[in-house]
Every structure is written in C-alpha cells, then in structure tokens.
Design a protein around this ligand. Structure first.
Ligand SMILES: *Cc1c(COP(=O)(O)O)cnc(C)c1O
Length: 429
C-alpha cells in the first residue's frame, strides 16, 4: 500500500475488501463478539492472540479507519478515540504518571492547555510551557529529570503559530523523550510530522478529517521509531511488566512499532473507555475519502481571504502563515509546502466591540465553536473558547481580545470575500 500516493490512500487505505465483500467499510455495530470456547477468548484477554471481544477495546470499523489514518501519516499503528481531547490525554498519559513532567508549547488549543495546565496537574503531572519560538537553549532549560514528553501543535489553534518540528524533535530526543504533535489543522495532506522527526501524532478528527461538522472524534498515530527500551528508566509503563495484564512488558512483547498503541488500547481505553463509535468512524471515513480534494480548496479560500483582509483599514493584523508578511512564512514554506489550513485569524483595531459588531453583520460565516468545517464559521476566542484564560495568558498565547478566528469553508471565494467586505463596512465608527 505504501507505493500509492496519499490521494489514493485517502480512498483505499485501511480497508481491503476480499472477493464478494462490501465495497464500503462495514459498520460493525456490535458491542461484543462470539467465541466457541472460553480458551479462545482467554487468549485475547491475555493479549496472546489478536481479535475482538468487546468494542470498548477494539472494533473492526474503528480499526479500518485507524489503519487508513496510520497510512496517511506514514505511521506504524494508530487508534481512534472519542474526541481530540481524549487523543491528547491518552497520548500524554500513556507515558506520564504522577511525578512526571511535560514540556509543552504555550501556543496550543485552549482545551489542550487546560488539560495539561489544570487537569493533568491534579493527577500529579506538571508542565513547563515554552514559546513555540524558543531557542535550543531555552528548550533545553525547560527539561527536568522527570520530563517524559514534549507536546506542541504544528499550526496552533487559534494562534496559527507554526511549530519548528525538527527543532522540537531534536530537543526532545536530546533529553531521551518523544515529541508528540497535534496535526489537526494541517492534516496529513499538508504535513506529515513523522517525516520531520516527530514520534507520535494526534488529531481531533472532528475538524478537517471529518470536515462536515458531523461527528466528534480523535486519533493517535505512533511512528513506531521511538526506542522506549533505550530509555527504560523513564518509561516504566512501557518497559516494566504491567500487573494488570499478567506481567506483559509492552515494549518487549510488541516492539517499537506496537508498544505505544497496544498499551494505550489495552490499558487506557480499557480503564477510561473514551471510544469512538463505529457509526462515527464510518462517517469519519466518508470525510477522509475526500480530504485530499477538500484541503487544497480550504487553503485556496483562506489564502485569498488573508490577502484581502491584510489590505483593509479596520484590520490591525492578519495571522496566516501563507502570507509572506507572516512571521512563520519561512517555517510554513518548509513544513507546509501545500499550504497550511483554512483557518485565518485577524485582530480588529476596535478590539472586542468591533469583533462583536463585525461578526453580527456576517451572513455566510456563522458564529460557531468550531473550525475546519465545509461551511465557513467564525469565533471571538477571548469571549468564548478561551474565556478561562487570563488576559496575561491570552497575550502569551497570542490571542488578543479583538481577534477573530475565521475558518474558511468550501463556498465560492467571491461570495466569501463579498460577505467580509460588507461586514467590515458594518463596524461602527
Ligand atoms: C479541536 C481541537 C482539539 C480537541 O478536539 P475535540 O475533538 O474537540 O475534543 C485538540 N487539538 C486541536 C488543535 C483542536 O483544534
């Protein structure tokens, strides 16, 4: 399968029907699976044999779709989760425990920031946040003896900073830990972080992968290259026997390619249960089948809108890594050769009030807590998604009060530009 181009993998990856089998992936809407003997089922419980017994752990429909996403990212193994939040939580908690420490980019999705800063802290996992622009020295200084992972977003939601993947991967590897990156915004069509040195990739499939605002979901993809056993003291969960699985040592039994996802499935999914439903996985797969067609159009619309907004007197600045004036333009050219994503953000000179008036005037773009939909939507993060953050934290994350996040959909570009023009004219004073 690896010989095919990514566009083809969007259609045929993951599921290979045999003679007379369904063309489209079947929805296996069953919680449980039948066995002839207890012995046969027992082998599954012991992870001695592969197979299905309960859909909280694994389900064939979800596995078909996870396998497609693994192929798209060029990973060794993957799993679906109920949401992007669950994916990031599992990816981190799979190698962290009370007493562990994470180095994270400060420029990340509000939900991920909260997860790391507040909720993981309650579980005894602490974090040091670093600027996505941190130098090697600043990165090195953030590590502690108990650091277990580095986390960042390729294109941050909503700040739209671009992560220097190689720099962050090198820093992580200097300190013997993996780089986990959230690749939600570029999708594997526009960036494949594993090719740049990242070790584990996460997704909110709720966004472009589904792409139609139809189902929540997440995914974790393991590149299968990180050598857990070479840092066995840091990763006892993978490199020491798991008493809840009859003393299995994941890194020994499943190797570099299988250990991470097997542990996350067998242990975290078993205990936390954040599964994606087979119905959702089926819908997600319909989105994946056109991902390679949709992404270029999202990018084309966003590029045109970013260029338009940059010329408007009401706009203080536009954030879009595809603009030559953007601080991250060079990094975007390097890592996001096909363009980044369909999300543009811009700060209105009139602040919070102007943002409110502007958004009220929009006719095509709907006000939504969503991005990456086929239909254009917008949001003022300071008053909605990021309202739990202080003004100081907002400033650090690059999200001032007048910032509007505009997720450019697949509508006709001319209609979108006309809508923005009339809404800008509607801002008072
Ligand atoms: C939306 C989002 C998440 C959270 O995903 P959900 O599916 O909403 O749980 C995580 N990371 C990024 C970059 C996101 O945009």
């Amino acid at each position: 399968m690896s010989d095919f181009k990514i566009n083809t993998k969007c259609l045929i990856g993951g599921y290979k029907p045999g003679n007379g089998e369904p063309r489209q992936i079947p929805i296996i809407q069953s919680t449980t699976f039948k066995y002839d003997t207890s012995e046969a089922m027992g082998k599954l419980f012991d992870l001695e044999a592969t197979g299905y017994f309960y859909s909280r752990l694994q389900n064939p429909t979800c596995d078909f779709v996870a396998a497609k996403i693994a192929e798209l990212e060029g990973g060794a193994a993957a799993m679906l989760t109920s949401s992007g939040q669950a994916a990031n939580f599992f990816a981190l908690f799979n190698i962290c425990e009370a007493g562990s420490h994470i180095v994270a980019s400060s420029s990340i999705y509000g939900g991920s920031y909260n997860l790391i800063d507040v909720t993981l802290a309650k579980m005894g996992v602490t974090a040091t946040f670093v600027s996505p622009d941190a130098t090697d020295e600043e990165l090195d200084a953030a590590f502690q003896d108990n650091t277990k992972a580095v986390f960042g977003e390729i294109i941050a939601n909503p700040a739209l900073t671009v992560l220097d993947i190689e720099k962050f991967a090198n820093a992580a590897h200097r300190h013997g830990v993996p780089l986990i990156v959230d690749n939600t915004f570029p999708t594997p069509i526009n960036c494949r972080p594993l090719e740049w040195g990242a070790d584990i990739v996460t997704h909110s499939t709720t966004k472009y992968m589904d792409g139609h605002a139809a189902c929540l979901g997440g995914a974790i993809i393991d590149g299968g290259k990180f050598d857990w056993l070479a840092h066995a003291d840091k990763f006892p969960g993978l490199c020491a026997p798991d008493e809840s699985y009859h003393g299995i040592t994941y890194a020994e039994k499943f190797g570099k390619e299988g250990a991470f996802i097997t542990k996350a499935t067998a242990q975290l999914m078993r205990d936390f249960g954040a599964v994606q439903s087979p119905q959702s996985a089926f819908i997600l797969n319909l989105g994946l089948e056109s991902l390679h067609v949709r992404m270029p159009r999202h990018v084309e619309n966003a590029q045109a809108i970013a260029e338009f907004l940059e010329q408007q007197p009401q706009v203080e600045y536009v954030n879009y890594p595809g603009l030559p004036s953007n601080k991250y333009y060079a990094l975007a050219q390097k890592y996001l050769g096909n363009g980044g994503c369909g999300v543009v953000s811009f700060n209105l000179k009139g602040g919070r009030k102007a943002a409110e008036e502007f958004m009220k005037c929009l006719q095509l773009a709907a006000i939504e807590t969503h991005v990456a939909d086929a239909r254009t939507c917008c949001l003022n993060p300071a008053t909605t998604t990021h309202r739990q953050m202080t003004d100081e934290q907002l400033a650090v994350a690059g999200i001032p009060a007048g910032l509007v996040r505009l997720s450019c959909g697949l509508e006709d570009k001319e209609d979108l530009l006309a809508d923005l023009q009339q809404a800008l004219a509607g801002i008072a004073g």
